[in-house]
Design a protein around this ligand. Structure first.
Ligand code: SAH
Ligand code: SF4
Ligand code: F3S
Length: 443
């Protein structure tokens, strides 16, 4: 490996959509400096791993991945860089624990990556063991002026705000991604127009707390309308919103604009007021129900999805039953259900005891998954007999004789290609004739 030959970089991304979006920024910044990207890890001089810290099993996945890389690094010169939330969370402890790591860079420090990697490559060529870290969080960094090097497909991610100021007591994100800051709306709109010109049909606006977007006169309702007004864009989505930032104007904007998808992911986390308070979620059970109800009445046919944590500190059977009741009452279209995982540095780790036995957490998760599965299947069956507009994404994962796309509500639809299969990015109408808990079947 030598800087006289162009260094080949392979990047693997774990975690949420914000990491996917950040990897596209990293690719863009490195390509500008002459790095070449390869899908083939065996040809790479640099392997970057963009990491997640949200639960212990996210960490474990990455440790497993790093130990695979150990074997590769033994065979040849290879620079290993760890990016993202786990790097930011564990800092130099991570590099001490995993000696194969040469470079650590947190979510606000990617502008330093080209120089960190160049230094690491040069050090290796000289047989030096030298580590480079860039782990400062910033109150301002929004990667202004960097156009992401996007993955192909029908969807373009656009990060509109970074960081989170909510400090939910269980959550590590405010520590890994720093303070909230919103991007200039003009640059967001330029990026949307550029994505449309490159053929992307769908835009997903991203932020850890996306609906708290605020830049001068621009709030999230105004932003989403303006993005949806850009020519060539067929659908606009957003994730993840917080229930505290849903003014009527936003719900009405989603209802009124034909291109803003009628899907809202509304993380509940827990159903009992006592646990919601300990979590620092700032809403009560009644307030959440009223919001879900307002959304359902204002946006007919809206798809509501959620996130739930089971077994948070001191969660009793009664608290869990309150969550169960909420799930039955709201009738979410689908839900991600997690076991509580204590994260270092968080308010919960400092102030409360992680006292629900792992086995009980597991039982609660299984119970909720079972309840939700039945609700999802029932809600999906309601679409049988309807003609629905589908944005075609490509082949189904299970079989290349089937096509796959998404409804406006983000539900997966598959069909036999023999019943008609236009290319990715087209909107087609399919007649739904069957449904399971995961998929609708159309023709
Ligand atoms: N910003 C988003 C959440 C991002 S993290 C929001 O406010 O909703 C995605 C989900 O992971 C969260 O909604 C939560 O359900 C889950 N999660 C976060 N921290 C967790 C932890 N310590 N243990 C288990 N699940 C957690
Ligand atoms: Fe985490 Fe809460 Fe911020 Fe979501 S709103 S990222 S759960 S602290
Ligand atoms: Fe994970 Fe960081 Fe996203 S912790 S969920 S990659 S913001």
């Amino acid at each position: 490996m030598s800087l006289k030959t162009l260094p080949h970089v392979h990047i693997e991304t774990f975690g949420c959509q914000m990491n996917e979006s950040d990897s596209e920024l990293v690719r863009s910044m490195l390509k500008r400096e002459g790095f070449v990207f390869t899908e083939d890890r065996e040809r790479a001089d640099v392997v970057l791993v963009n990491t997640c810290a949200i639960r212990e099993n996210a960490h474990n996945k990455i440790y497993a991945h790093l130990s695979e890389l150990k074997a590769v690094k033994k065979q040849r010169l290879l620079v290993v860089g760890v990016l993202g939330c786990m790097a930011q969370n564990l800092k130099s402890d991570l590099a001490d624990k995993e000696p194969i790591i040469d470079v650590l860079a947190g979510p606000d420090a990617y502008r330093q990556l080209p120089s960190l990697l160049t230094t690491a490559i040069e050090a290796q060529e000289q047989g030096l063991a030298q580590k480079g870290f860039a782990l400062d969080l910033s109150e301002y960094e929004t990667y202004e002026g960097i156009l992401p090097d996007r993955d192909s497909g029908v969807n373009a991610w656009i990060t509109v705000m970074r960081g989170c100021d909510n400090f939910c007591s269980f959550c590590v994100v405010p520590y890994t991604r720093g303070r909230e800051r919103s991007r200039d709306p003009e640059s967001i709109l330029r990026e949307a127009r550029d994505a449309a010109a490159r053929g992307f049909k769908q835009i997903t606006l991203l932020g850890q707390n996306v609906n708290s977007y605020l830049h001068g006169e621009w709030d999230f309702a105004k932003l989403i309308r303006a993005v949806a007004d850009q020519a060539g864009i067929e659908r606009v989505r957003f994730t993840s919103p917080h229930p505290k930032d849903f003014p009527r104007a936003l719900i009405e904007a989603i209802a009124a604009h034909p291109k803003v998808c009628n899907h809202i992911h509304l993380p509940l986390q827990a159903g009992s007021n006592r646990i919601l308070e300990l979590m620092g979620r700032t809403y009560t059970e009644a307030e959440y129900l009223a919001l879900a109800d307002r959304i359902r009445r204002t946006i007919p046919g809206v798809v509501l999805t959620t996130d739930i944590i089971c077994g948070f500190c001191s969660e009793s059977d009664e608290d869990f039953q309150a969550t169960q009741r909420m799930v039955e009452q709201v009738q979410f279209d689908s839900a991600y259900i997690f076991k509580y995982s204590e994260r270092k540095n968080t308010i919960a780790a400092r102030k409360y005891t992680d006292d629900v036995p792992d086995q009980v957490k597991g039982q609660r998760v299984s119970k909720l998954v079972e309840i939700q599965r039945a609700i999802t299947a029932e809600r999906n069956r309601r679409h049988i007999g309807k003609d629905m507009e589908i944005l075609v994404e490509g082949d189904a994962t299970r079989s290349s004789s089937q096509g796959m796309g998404k409804t406006d509500g983000n539900i997966t639809v598959v069909w036999d290609k023999s019943t008609g299969h236009p290319g990715p990015g087209t909107i087609v109408t399919k007649h739904i004739f069957d449904a399971s808990a995961a998929t609708l079947y159309g023709k």
